[in-house]
Each structure stands twice: as C-alpha cells, then as structure tokens.
Design a protein around this ligand. Structure first.
Ligand SMILES: *Cc1c(COP(=O)(O)O)cnc(C)c1O
Length: 395
C-alpha cells in the first residue's frame, strides 16, 4: 500500500540524495572520450583533491567502496607482505579478511568495538617489528558499524615515533565530507572512500587518494592488478579522462556535491555533523539507553549506534519503526547483530530532519515495547537550541 509523505533513509549510508544532485545525475550521458568530457573529469578529480585536502594523487573508480579497498592493497603490496590492522568493528574486520584473501599476511590488533584505533598499541607493535616486515598500517577513520572515530593524526605520530617506514592507509568511506580529514597534513599515504555517505551521491563511485611515497611503492609492488592499476589511470587523468568507461552520470553528481560542500564550507559541514551527533547522544541518554561508542571524544558525527536493552531485539524494533513510521534505521553488523541499531545523521541533513528521525525512534521504542524513558526528543531539541551552529564563512 502507498505510504504518504517521504521515506526517512536514516541508515549510515547510503544517505538520502539531495534533489540538486539527482537533477545533475539526470542529465544526458555524453561521450567519455569526447571533447566535452574533459571538463567533467578534471573538475571531479581536482574537486576531490579539495575534499581530501591533498595536492597529491586522487583516483576515481566506478565501483563500491570495497573496490577502492582492494585498489589500495593491490597497488602497494606484494604477495606475502604483511599489514597491521586494527579491529575497530565490522568494516575493519572485512578489510582484514579481504587482505588475507588477496594473499597478504595480516596482523589484527584486537579491539572491543567501542572506540577508535589505539595509536599507542600500534606504536608498540611497530617498535617490535625490527625487521620492518610490516608494510602498511590500515585503520578505519569512521567505523560505520560502531559509530567510533579513530584519531588518524595520532596514528601517523605513532608510526613516526616508532621510526617505522610502514605506509598509513585509511578507510574514510563514511568519514569523508562529514568529519574533518586532512590527507596531506596528517601524512596519510593511501585513502579509500566512497560516494554514498558524506558525499551524498548514490552508491557507485569509489576513491583512492595516494601519496607520492605510495605511488613509488606501487612501482615495485608485484600484486597482480589490472582494473585497479593506478599507473593506467595517471596518463588519461591528466587531461580529465579515464582508461575505461567512467561513471559519467555519477561524476555529474559528484561535481554538484563538491560545489554544495564548498558553498556550505567544509568546516560548517563538519560542525553540523558533530552537533547532530551530540544532540542524538543527548536523546539516547534521556531514553536511558547506551551509546555503543564508549570512548569520550571519539563519538561519530555520522551515526550513533545504540545498544538495545538486554533481551530485546534491535531488528524487531527496526522492523516496527519501518512499518509504522516509514523510517529505515541501520542494523547491527556481525558481532553486534540484533544488539544495536544505528541512527544515521549524515549527508544533506538539518535540525528538523534530525528531530523527525529521533521522533521516529522514540515512537518506535514505545510501539515495540522497548523499555525506555520518554523525553529523548525533548533533550535533543534542547541541545540544538542551546548549541546553535556557529558558522564560518564558506571557502
Ligand atoms: C560503507 C563502508 C564500506 C563499504 O563500502 P561499500 O560501498 O559497501 O563497498 C567500507 N568501510 C566503511 C567504513 C564503510 O562505511
């Protein structure tokens, strides 16, 4: 049966696509080798440099984020190389599994899924690696399964403090364009991202930002690669073209998204997400529920994962909210399946959209018979009122 009004897609990616981007994508597809395409390609490649905050290399693939994970590994590694990864949650675990499947040896520093990567443990492990067997440290910036943020600049400092040459690889698929990220300043070597989260696009584009050092390493790396090969991209990219058919219409959308982010100002975008994260946590506290991220200062502005009271199914609750209030909330993944639900507050999102989202959650808790206090929506509203967003001039 038809549901009146609009659906609330409040999973932590894909995020709802704004009309401006949908119209941009709806333009006619053009010849990706013709003269008009160069402008589209160059704008996208240079624009993404401004989003990653890098003057080094950016590559764009017509793939999901998982593809760019693979690209990061196969371009820099040789069979049998070792990487050090940190178990922040489900996505770190998947990246670790992928590396193993590709024939890379991995060491996985165990984590409790309640915070970001721990730089001191990374440093201690690197100090033990006197033969420098570890070729890269891989960290997830915003762990979408838990709502925790890893301190990337501190991970770089840890690698440097250990005097270790390992590359720093970062998955910021769900962090980019929502949480501060500075590729050059933080000394990241390879970054992985995707289109369907903070960039507000539909799924289908992925990205690598790559340092000069990683490009050099790629020249010696012997892992088999073809579709993902950075070196095949470099030449055509210089003039705005790609070695194979790019996602032309998604690139139209990407260029619109880049304009929108700069019109608002990246710092305002980051502050907006942080503020919505804080308001959401105020609601969760008022409900008497617990936020999964337990490390203060590492809570995500992209999403909030909420622990269900013992004996209550998060998936049954989500089914109830979908049925009655037409809102999709994120599910718990692997270790926390059915134990948490995730509230996405990312992308093209404002105060009233957050209030509607939290109202859906609060009404859903009541409808599904989940024990909680009322007043979460009120607490979030007060947080927003008491903490107006400071705005800096856009770039
Ligand atoms: C969404 C996400 C992925 C997976 O991206 P796909 O586009 O689904 O392949 C990987 N890592 C993180 C942190 C994510 O949020």
């Amino acid at each position: 049966m038809r549901q009146a009004g609009r659906h609330f897609l409040q999973i932590p990616g894909p995020s709802a696509v704004p009309d401006r981007i949908l119209s941009a994508i709806g333009r006619q597809t053009i010849d990706h080798r013709g003269p008009d395409f160069a402008e589209v390609g160059l704008k996208a490649l240079n624009g993404m440099k401004s989003i990653f905050k890098t003057e080094q290399h950016v590559f764009i693939y017509p793939s999901s984020g998982t593809g760019a994970w693979e690209a990061a590994l196969v371009n820099t590694m040789s069979p049998g190389d070792k990487v050090l990864m940190f178990e922040t949650g489900h996505f770190a675990t998947l990246w670790n599994k992928m590396a193993t499947k590709l024939g890379i040896r991995t060491e996985f520093l165990e984590g409790d899924w309640r915070g970001g990567a721990e730089p001191d443990r990374i440093e201690a492990r690197l100090r033990e690696d006197t033969n420098q067997e570890i070729k890269a440290v891989c960290v997830v910036h915003n762990e979408t399964s838990t709502g925790s943020v890893s301190p990337i600049a501190d991970v770089r400092r840890a690698i440097d403090a250990a005097g270790h040459p390992a590359l720093l690889m970062v998955d910021t698929i769900s962090g980019l364009a929502s949480i501060d990220f500075r590729f050059d300043e933080w000394g990241v070597d390879v970054c992985v991202s995707g289109s369907q989260k903070g960039l507000m696009l539909p799924p289908g584009l992925s990205f690598n930002a790559v340092s000069e050092r990683a490009m050099k390493m790629a020249e010696r790396a012997t892992m088999p690669r073809s579709y993902w090969d950075w070196h095949d991209m470099v030449g055509p990219n210089e003039t705005g073209y790609f070695p194979y058919t790019p996602g032309t219409n998604l690139l139209y959308g990407l260029n619109e998204a880049i304009d929108m982010l700069h019109e608002e100002g990246l710092d305002n975008v980051f502050a907006r997400h942080a503020r919505h994260g804080a308001a959401t946590r105020a609601a969760v506290r008022a409900w008497g529920l617990e936020v999964l991220c337990a490390r203060q200062g590492q809570e995500s502005g992209v999403l909030t994962a909420v622990l269900m009271p013992r004996g209550h199914s998060a998936d049954a609750f989500r089914a109830t909210t979908l049925q009655h209030y037409d809102i999709s909330l994120g599910n718990g993944l692997s270790k926390v399946a059915d134990k948490v639900f995730r509230i996405g507050h990312l992308g093209d999102f404002n105060d009233l959209m957050l209030m509607a989202t939290l109202s859906g959650v609060e009404m859903g808790l009541a409808k599904a018979g989940v024990p909680h206090e009322s007043g979460g929506v009120q607490a979030a509203m007060e947080h927003l009122k008491d903490n107006p967003q400071a705005r800096v001039a856009a770039e």
